[in-house]
Write a protein that binds this ligand. Structure first.
Ligand code: FMN
Length: 172
């Protein structure tokens, strides 16, 4: 069960040489977390293992970002993004994440692995207003149309910059 946590303005900063690693089954249930994941999330290993990965979802993140993530990894591709996460105490931490599918020998997806590095501050400054705009569009559109509206904001930014999604992420 996900409890309601009140977000705070307390930020945790990743160190340059940190890697936050977690693994999930195909449905996004956490099956592994390294000690730095445990540290930043604020949850115990026991609380994390078996929980949905949205346990650390921050309400400032637009739904369309996760839709793009899942569409990408479920099609067998890798996914990169800047993500704002929420710790158990309501504090937040930004990461630069790379999620990859784990395959069995016949090519079936048996789960996913995410490795997160310390994000560039300048990238966070650029992406924060984009996510805020996506979130605002999602809220204005209502639940059923939210993902489409959030995605449209991202597509507009990509069009404006003349870049695909991955290109945009790496240009930040
Ligand atoms: C390997 C893996 C790692 C993930 N890491 C995060 C993460 O760090 N933060 C996050 O909010 N969602 C993460 N997700 C996405 C969540 O599963 C979920 O889609 C997201 O939190 C949105 O939750 P919601 O659809 O319940 O709103 C990850 C998914 C996978 C497969």
């Amino acid at each position: 069960m996900k409890r309601a946590i009140t977000p705070t303005q307390v930020e945790r900063l990743m160190r340059e040489d940190d890697f936050i690693v977690s693994k999930t089954n195909p449905k996004g249930i956490i099956t592994y977390g390294n000690p730095i994941f445990v540290e930043f999330s604020g949850y115990s290993e026991d609380e994390l293992i078996g929980s949905q990965h949205n346990i650390i979802r921050h309400p400032d993140m637009p739904r369309a970002a996760f839709k793009l993530a899942w569409d990408t990894i479920q099609s067998g591709k890798e996914f990169f993004a800047y993500v704002k996460n929420m710790s158990k105490d309501g504090g937040y931490y930004w990461v630069f994440t790379h999620i990859t599918p784990d395959f069995d020998p016949s090519g079936g997806i048996v789960g996913y692995t995410s490795v997160r590095r310390c994000p560039k501050r300048s990238a966070i400054e650029t992406i924060t207003p984009v996510y805020a705009q996506m979130l605002a569009a999602e809220k204005a559109a209502g639940a059923r149309e939210a993902i489409g509206a959030g995605t449209q904001v991202l597509v507009d930014v990509m069009t404006q910059m003349g870049m695909g999604y991955e290109e945009l992420v790496f240009a930040l």
